[in-house]
Structure formats: C-alpha cells, structure tokens
Design a binder for this molecule. Structure first.
Ligand SMILES: Cc1ncc(COP(=O)(O)O)c(C=O)c1O
Length: 482
C-alpha cells in the first residue's frame, strides 16, 4: 500500500493535461452553452445520491464524470449571457493563480505560514484603496465577499466607536441602544450584520429614497434628530456606492458631513460599484468615498475575479488590530520581532486561504488601466441596453443607469397598460420562463413597488451583440406569454 495520497509524476502530469483540456472545452463553449442548464434539483441531487465512497476510483474516470455532472451543467456565470445578480465571469489568469495557490497551500493567518501571500494581501488591499482613491497607508482584509466585508467593517465600527465603553469585554448589555442609518435600498447583508452583531434590525433605520433610489438626506437628518431626542445613540451611517437594485450612488460628500456633524462612523458599501471609482468615466460619481471610516469592496465584482474575493478597507492597520487582536499562547508572535504581519491579529479568522494571488496576478497581467477599460465597456453597454429599451414600444425603462444595472419591464403589445397588474404579472412570470428557456440568465427585482426585469452587465466578455441577443430572447419568450 502506498504511504501517501500522491500520484507518480507521469500520472499527475496526465491528470493535469486532462484537467487543462476540460478548462479549454469550457472556453470553447462559452458563446454557445446554455446560460442555465435547466436540470431540476431532483435530477442533480440524484446524480450524487450515493453512499460514502470507501474505496477510491480512477481519477481520470472521475474527471470524466466531473465534466458530465459538474462542468457541463454549471450555470454559465463565466459567459456573456449571464445578467443575473452580480456575476463577473472571472479571468483566465485567476484560474492559473488558483491552481498555483492551492499547490503551495499557504495559511494566511500567520506570517511565517505564508510570508509571500501575507505581503501580497497587504499589497492588493492597498491597490484596491488606490483604485478608489481611499488613502496611501490603509489597512484591510480580504474576505469571502461583500457581505463579509460589510460585516467586518461594521464590527470594526462597533468595536472602535464603543472602545472606551469596553464593548469587546462587556458586550452591548446595559448600553443605551445605538442606531445605524442607511437608505431603504441598502443590501440585505447589512440587516444580517445587525443581527449578527447583536444590534438587532429594529435599530437599522432605513431612510426613504428619491425616485433615483438615492437616500433622502432631509429624512436622514430628521430621523437622527428624532432618535437622539428619544434616547438612542446614532452611531453609524452607511452610504451605498452602487445599490444592488439599480446601481444608485448615495451622495457621499453630504453624508460624510452628516456623519461628522453627529459624530458617527461613516461606512460605504461599495461592494457592487465601488471599484468603478477607478475609471475615468465614473470616478466623479464617487466623490466622498475617501471620507469614509471604512469601505467594503468586492474584487469578485468589478475586478472580474472568480469567487470569492471581498475586501474590507479601513484607514489604518491599527484599527483592525484594536478590533480583533486576541492573545493566545499557541499563536505566540514574539518568536522574532522583525516586522512580521499576522493577519489573524487583524481579523476574526485564523486559518485563511490565499485570495491575494489571483488579484495580484490579474492586476499585474492586465494592468489596472485595461481592467478599468473593461468596467467602462460594461457601463457603455449598460447605457446601450437602456437606450434600446427606452426606444422600444414593447419595453419600459425603469431606471437611468449610471453604472452597470438596467431595470425594465416587458410590455409586449400592451404598452398603453404600462402600470397595469397584468403587466406586473407578465414581468413576474417572465423570469422563470426565461430560466426555463436557458439561453440567457437574468433575474428580477421590485422597484417602486413594481416587479421589473433586472440586467446586471458586469462581464469583460460581454459585447453589444450579446445585449441584442438578450432583448431578442426576452421578446421571444415574452410573446409566448401574452
Ligand atoms: C451593494 C452590495 N452590497 C453587498 C453585496 C453582497 O456581496 P456578496 O454577494 O459578495 O456577499 C452585494 C452583492 O451583490 C451588493 O451589491
């Protein structure tokens, strides 16, 4: 019996070749593959409904099975026909990086377990800050995504804001309730963060928005003052630098001033749109982001990284250390005092995978200029889609996109009934019908209390003819429903 799990070099090389061919085949089919495979949960579950494999199998045969039952039916998040949620497609250089990162299997919790990956993480955090114009000596951590970046930032906000009260030791017990403010378009991960931080969603004030989905500043100040009168401590104000529904950007300069006036922590959720601040085309929309105490961004959105790659950025490392540091004898750091930087002392997580290599390699290989040109292309395509929708009698445009999201309604031949319940029904039902069709993958949302189709264009592989194809497919599927 062999005493390790490794293959001999020849066999491993053959397996790598086979894997390489599987990757190449995915790219060969990228234009033509169905965006959604259409298998039912019962079918997919059925493929894997098998007992714990006690004996191993031939890996080459296993890879063939992976091709049939994992790669072929995968939702084509990588492809140009994906418009749902915020799916950025990934880069080829990141595929290489992920394989290599898994080969050396570094643990970015302690410096000496991952000297290079630790330093690369510090570097890409700074590059993220450079892209959005946030500062020259920031601190930050790579996390799973925007949700984790917001939770991380709000944890920092709570622990630093209430540091003098000893909140890390005492918890929130016995404190005057404190309140957080964001627009009613804020992402649901902020609600979840309120729950996880023990603050409770009752203390998240969702401020009404204007018709362009940006926060109503007057209503915001009114609510803050009312809360102060009623004995609450307003503690954190959150701006959206691109809402998930429409990409609306809150007025950050004004919000920073309000946060300062009431001495609150100012956080920006830039998970969806923040990195577009790195483009010439859109950077003017993000004025004030540099005033935030913390910012959440997502490299797996507008830096086209494969999942997962979120990032929480703050003004300096010390803030993270004061939030998260915990002494433990088994992690003793005083072996050598030569400037080692341990991520576990700056975040909740101890064992951490390498997320920085794919980001670092992508930025080195493509350069920020070219990556940001792709973001600008996405924004231009979004405006193109909006114009096509606006000029068509069978569609109704529902937002004026500044970033990469268009919301619209299919009207068919019933344009005169635009706000009608029949049209509502059609726009609700068209989403699962499009999923059944599978040629494009798009989802919906609710805007101003009406169901809408929501297209998010955030993929460097998308071109104008793909957008034309989207409208053609929606029309074909929609006609069947009238
Ligand atoms: C504005 C905003 N915040 C947070 C998130 C959550 O990010 P993730 O899905 O990476 O957890 C999203 C996701 O789309 C988002 O658009």
């Amino acid at each position: 019996m062999k005493n390790s799990l490794d293959h001999n070099t020849d066999t491993f090389e053959q397996l790598l070749d086979q894997t390489k061919n599987l990757i190449l085949q995915k790219f060969e089919g990228i234009e033509t593959a169905k965006a959604f495979s259409g298998y039912t949960p019962k079918e997919v579950r059925g493929w894997f409904d098998e007992p714990l494999p006690v004996e191993g199998m031939d890996v080459s045969a296993l890879l063939e099975r992976v091709q049939d039952q994992v790669l072929d039916p995968a939702t084509m998040n990588m492809g140009p026909h994906m418009y749902a949620y915020v799916m950025a497609g990934g880069t080829q250089v990141s595929i290489l990086a992920e394989m290599l990162a898994n080969t050396v299997n570094q643990n970015v919790g302690k410096w000496h377990l991952a000297p290079v990956m630790s330093e690369l993480e510090r570097r890409v955090v700074q590059w993220g800050a450079d892209l959005i114009g946030y500062g020259e000596a920031v601190g930050g951590v790579l996390v799973s995504g925007g949700s984790a970046a917001n939770l991380t930032s709000l944890t920092v906000a709570r622990n630093i804001f209430f540091e003098k009260e000893g909140i890390r030791k005492h918890g929130v017990f016995g404190m005057k309730p404190f309140t957080v403010y964001a627009s009613d378009e804020v992402h649901g991960c902020v609600d979840k963060s309120m729950e996880l931080l023990g603050l409770g969603t009752d203390h998240l004030r969702k401020i009404k928005t204007h018709t362009d989905c940006t926060i109503d500043l007057q209503a915001l100040e009114q609510q803050i003052q009312e809360d102060m009168t009623n004995g609450y401590t307003p503690f954190c104000l959150i701006a959206n630098a691109g809402t998930v529904n429409t990409g609306a950007i809150d007025p950050m300069v004004e919000m920073a001033a309000i946060a300062e006036k009431y001495q609150m922590w100012f956080h920006v959720d830039g998970a969806y749109g923040g990195l577009a601040a790195g483009t010439e085309m859109a950077k003017g929309l993000f004025k004030g982001i540099e005033l935030a105490d913390s910012v959440a961004v997502d490299f797996h959105k507008w830096l086209y990284q494969p999942f997962e790659a979120g990032c929480a950025i703050v003004k300096d490392w010390n803030i993270l250390n004061r939030t998260y540091y915990k002494k433990a004898s088994y992690l003793s750091t005083d072996m050598k005092d030569d400037g080692r930087f341990n991520f576990n002392e700056h975040h909740f997580v101890l064992s951490r995978s390498t997320k920085a290599l794919k980001i670092w390699m992508s930025l080195k290989a493509y350069g920020s200029k070219r990556l940001m040109e792709m973001v600008e292309k996405d924004i231009r395509l979004t405006k193109y889609l909006a114009t096509q929708v606006d000029q068509s009698a069978d569609f109704e445009l529902c937002n004026d996109p500044e970033l990469g999201i268009v919301c619209f309604r299919y009207l068919g031949n019933k344009a005169e009934m635009a706000a009608n319940e029949e049209i509502d029904r059609m726009n609700r039902e068209i989403i699962p019908a499009l999923e059944d069709d599978g040629r494009v993958f798009i989802t919906g949302t609710t805007l101003h209390n009406r169901p809408v189709i929501r297209a998010c264009l955030i993929n460097h592989r998308k071109q104008q003819h793909h957008v034309d194809f989207l409208l053609k497919v929606i029309r074909e599927v929609g006609r069947e429903m009238i």
